[in-house]
Design a protein around this ligand. Structure first.
Ligand SMILES: [Zn+2]
Length: 353
C-alpha cells in the first residue's frame, strides 16, 4: 500500500464539478507548500482542472484504501451546515457527489467510526433477527405473537442503524438539501429505534394485563407518530430548534418510566420475584441511555481535548456505540422475560384483565 505524499497528489482523471469545487479558494489545501503552489501555477489549465487532490488532515500516514478524489477539511473550511461541533477541528468530508460519499466509507475521516459503528450494528441486529426467527423462537415454543414482536423490535433497530449510516455517509454531500434530508431521516430513525425498545418491553411487561398492554402500546405509537409530525415542521432541523428536538427525544424516551413503575406496582412492588429479576435490567437500560445522551449533549471528551479526538474517541462515536449496546441489552432482556413468561403462568389476579 502506497501512502500519499505531497508530490503524488496530482493525478490525471476526468473533470467533474466536485473537482472544480476542490480547487476553489475555500477548499485550498491546508498544507500546500511553496513547491506545490509553483507546480500548480505551472500546470496547464486543463490539467489543473482535472487534477485530483487528496488531503488527509493531520493523519497523512493513515492508509487510503480506495478513493483518490476525497480531501478532508478543517472545521473552518467545512461548509456552514457541517459546523456543528467546534471541538472536532479536522477530518471533515465535504462537497462530494453521491458516488464519492459512498466511497468515502473506506477513508479515515471524522465520520468513519460513526458510519462503521452503526453499519456493524445493523449487521448485528440483522443476524440476531435471523437467529431469533430460525432457532431461538422455535426452541422457546414461541407463539405467533412472539414472532411478530421480535420481528418488529429487531426491524426497528435495523432501520435506526441504517438511517444513521445513511446520514453519516451522505452528510458530506455537495447539496445541503440532500444532507438535511438524510439528517431528517436520521432523527426519524432514532424515533423508530425508541419504538423498537418500547414494543417488546411493554408487550412482555404487561403480558398478563391485556388492557394496560393495549393502552401503553397505543400511547407509544401515537407519541412516535406525533414526533414524526413534528419533524415535518420546516424549522425542526434548524439550530433554533435544537433544544426542542432534545426535549422531544428525552420525553419520548423518559416517559417509559411511567409504564415501568406501573408494572412494578401491578406486580406487587419491589419485593416480588419478577420485579427483582427484571427491574435491575430496566435500570441498567436507563443508565446506558442516560450516559449515551449525556455524551451526545455535552460533547465530552472533545470539549476538554479539542482536536485530539477528531478521528477516534469523540462523543458522537461513544453515543453510537452505547446505542448499539443499549439495543442489544434490551433485546437480551426481552429474551429473558419471554422465557420467564413462557415458563410461569400468569397469576390468577391478572386473568380478569
Ligand atoms: Zn449519529
Amino acid at each position: 500500500m502506497q501512502f500519499p505524499t505531497l508530490t503524488d497528489r496530482w493525478q490525471l482523471a476526468p473533470s467533474s464539478a466536485h473537482e472544480v469545487a476542490c480547487l476553489q479558494p475555500l477548499s485550498r489545501p491546508r498544507q500546500t507548500s511553496g513547491a506545490s503552489i509553483k507546480m500548480r501555477l505551472k500546470m496547464p489549465q486543463k490539467l489543473l482542472k482535472t487534477a485530483h487532490y487528496i488531503e488527509l488532515g493531520s493523519y497523512q500516514h493513515w492508509p487510503v484504501l480506495l478513493p483518490q478524489r476525497i480531501r478532508l477539511y478543517t472545521y473552518e473550511q467545512a461548509p456552514l451546515f457541517l459546523r456543528e461541533n467546534p471541538y472536532i477541528t479536522d477530518g471533515y468530508r465535504a462537497h462530494l457527489p453521491s458516488k464519492l460519499c459512498l466511497k468515502s466509507i473506506f477513508i479515515l475521516s471524522n465520520e468513519t467510526v460513526n458510519i462503521w459503528s452503526h453499519l456493524l450494528g445493523f449487521l448485528l441486529f440483522f443476524f440476531l433477527g435471523v437467529n431469533d426467527l430460525s432457532s431461538l423462537l422455535p426452541a422457546s415454543r414461541a407463539n405467533r405473537e412472539d414472532y411478530v414482536i421480535y420481528a418488529i423490535g429487531l426491524f426497528c433497530f435495523q432501520v435506526c442503524m441504517l438511517c444513521s449510516v445513511g446520514y453519516h455517509l451522505f452528510s458530506c454531500h455537495r447539496s445541503e438539501k440532500t444532507c438535511m434530508r438524510w439528517l431528517a431521516l436520521d432523527y426519524a430513525g432514532i424515533s423508530v429505534g425508541i419504538l423498537g425498545c418500547y414494543v417488546p418491553g411493554i408487550f412482555y411487561a404487561f403480558y398478563c394485563n391485556a388492557f394496560w398492554r393495549q393502552v401503553y402500546l397505543l400511547t407509544v405509537l401515537s407519541m412516535i407518530l406525533a414526533v414524526f409530525c413534528a419533524q415535518v415542521h420546516p424549522s425542526y432541523l434548524s439550530n433554533d430548534w435544537k433544544v426542542i428536538r432534545m426535549t422531544i427525544f428525552s420525553c419520548v424516551a423518559g416517559i417509559g418510566v411511567i409504564p415501568a413503575l406501573h408494572w412494578v406496582w401491578l406486580n406487587g412492588g419491589l419485593t416480588s420475584d419478577i420485579v427483582q429479576l427484571f427491574f435491575p435490567r430496566v435500570i441498567v437500560m436507563y443508565l446506558i441511555a442516560g450516559s449515551a445522551f449525556l455524551f451526545y449533549v455535552t460533547k465530552i471528551p472533545e470539549r476538554y481535548f479539542p482536536g485530539q479526538v477528531n478521528y477516534l474517541g469523540a462523543s458522537h462515536q461513544l453515543w453510537h456505540i452505547l446505542v448499539v449496546f443499549m439495543f442489544y441489552w434490551w433485546h437480551q432482556t426481552a429474551v429473558h422475560i419471554m422465557h420467564f413468561r413462557h415458563s410461569q403462568p400468569c397469576p390468577a389476579w391478572s386473568r380478569k384483565n
